[in-house]
Design a binder for this molecule. Structure first.
Ligand SMILES: Nc1ncnc2c1ncn2[C@@H]1O[C@H](COP(=O)(O)OP(=O)(O)OP(=O)(O)O)[C@@H](O)[C@H]1O
Ligand SMILES: [Mg+2]
Length: 317
C-alpha cells in the first residue's frame, strides 16, 4: 500500500504584491510504499522543501493532488500518524528538550506516563542525554537538529518526513541519523527525507527521486538509476622511481591519466581498454600491482549530470 501519493503537484509562489510568480513545482508525481526509505534529492532551490510543505499542509497546493495515509492533504487524522522535521526547526528558547518533547507528545494526544517514557528513550537515542537540563537556546545547531528529530518521533509515527535531517550534523551525527532511519525502517515504518548528501542517500534508500527545477528527473532504486557499465578502471602499481623510462612511457600511453608519486603509479584506463594488456605492460616496466578498481557511475555522477543538463537548458533559454 502506498503511504504517500503525489500526482502532478504544482506550486506557484507569488511574491509580495503579486509582482512575480515563481513556479517552484511544475507537475511532480511519485508514490512512496509502506516500509520504504525514500530519498528526495535535488540541488538548492529544486523544490524539495516546497514539496514537503505541500505534503504537510503548510502551504496551499496550486495544482494536482497529494494523499498521505489514504487521506487527501491536509488531513488532521493523517497528521497524527506522522512525524515531521522541518528544514529549520524553531523551538521555544526557554524550554529544555524534555519539556519540548512533553509538549509535542501532549499535542499528539499522548498520556502523561506514555509521553515521559517515550521522551526519555528518545533523548538517549538522539544523543542528548547530557543536555537534558539545558535550555534549547543554549543548544548548538547540531543539538537542535537532534532535538527536532526526537520531536518528529515522539508519537511513534507510521510515517516520518524529514527535511534535510543530516544538515548541521558532524560525520558522527550523520551516521547516527542514518542508523536511526534504518531502525525506523526495521520497525516497519516509512521514512521520506530530502537531502543533497548523496553518499548518505545511496546506502540508505530503497528508492530515490531526483528533482531539478521543480520536476522529477529520475525515480527508482539507486542501483537501477546509475549506469552499471564500467566507465574506467584504475590500476595502482608499486613502481620504483628509477624504473625504465621507455617502458613506463609505453605503459602510461595506454591510459587516459597517469599520476606518479613516490614509489607508486596510478593509471586510469578507459572502459573499453584490455586491462590484461595494461597489466602486462606494467610488469614489463617493473611495476607490481597493488589494486585494480573498476569504476561505475555513482548516484553523485548521475546527480551532477542532471543538474548540468538543467543548467545548460537554462542558459539556452
Ligand atoms: N515563500 C516563498 N516565496 C517565493 N518563492 C519561494 C518561497 N519558498 C520557496 N520559493 C522558491 O521556490 C523554489 C524552490 O524552493 P525550495 O525551498 O522548495 O527548494 P529546496 O529544494 O528545498 O532547496 P534547498 O536545498 O536550498 O533547501 C526556489 O526557487 C525558491 O526561491
Ligand atoms: Mg529545502
Amino acid at each position: 500500500m502506498d503511504v504517500i501519493t503525489v500526482t502532478d503537484l504544482a506550486k506557484t509562489y507569488r511574491t509580495p504584491f503579486r509582482r512575480r510568480r515563481v513556479d517552484a513545482l511544475k507537475g511532480v508525481s511519485f508514490t512512496v510504499a509502506r516500509g520504504e526509505v525514500f530519498g528526495f534529492l535535488g540541488p538548492n532551490g529544486a523544490g524539495k522543501t516546497t514539496t514537503i510543505r505541500c505534503l504537510m499542509g503548510l502551504c496551499a497546493i496550486s495544482g494536482g493532488k497529494a494523499e498521505i495515509l489514504g487521506a487527501p492533504v491536509p488531513s488532521r487524522a493523517a497528521r497524527q500518524r506522522m512525524g515531521f522535521l522541518p528544514e529549520q526547526p524553531y523551538f521555544y528558547d526557554y524550554l529544555t528538550v524534555s519539556e519540548l518533547l512533553d509538549l509535542g507528545g501532549r499535542l499528539a494526544g499522548m498520556g502523561a506516563a506514555d509521553r515521559r517514557a517515550r521522551a526519555d528513550k528518545l533523548i538517549v537515542r538522539v544523543g542528548l542525554d547530557h543536555a537534558r537540563g539545558l535550555a534549547l537556546k543554549k543548544f548548538s545547531k547540531g543539538m537542535l537538529q537532534r532535538a527536532g528529530l526526537a520531536l518528529a518521533l515522539i508519537n511513534d509515527p507510521e510515517l516520518v518526513v524529514l527535511d534535510e535531517p543530516m544538515s548541521g550534523l558532524d560525520p558522527i551525527g550523520r551516521k547516527e541519523v542514518r542508523d536511526l532511519i534504518l531502525e525506523e525502517r526495521d520497525a516497519g515504518k516509512t521514512v521520506f527525507f530530502s537531502s543533497h548528501i548523496l553518499s548518505d542517500v545511496e546506502s540508505l534508500c530503497d528508492r530515490v527521486a531526483i528533482c531539478v527545477g521543480g520536476k522529477i528527473k529520475d525515480i527508482g532504486r539507486p542501483r537501477d538509476l546509475v549506469d552499471a557499465t564500467t566507465t574506467e578502471t584504475e590500476v595502482r602499481l608499486a613502481l620504483a622511481d628509477d624504473a625504465d623510462a621507455a617502458a613506463v612511457a609505453a605503459l602510461t600511453a595506454r591510459g587516459t591519466r597517469a599520476r606518479r608519486t613516490a614509489g607508486e603509479l596510478l593509471l586510469t584506463v578507459g572502459g573499453g581498454v584490455d586491462v590484461d594488456a595494461v597489466l602486462a605492460a606494467a610488469h614489463a616496466a617493473g611495476g607490481k600491482v597493488i589494486a585494480v578498481t573498476p569504476r561505475h557511475e555513482t548516484l553523485e555522477d548521475l546527480f551532477l549530470r542532471r543538474v548540468a543538463d538543467q543548467g545548460a537548458r537554462e542558459v539556452l533559454r
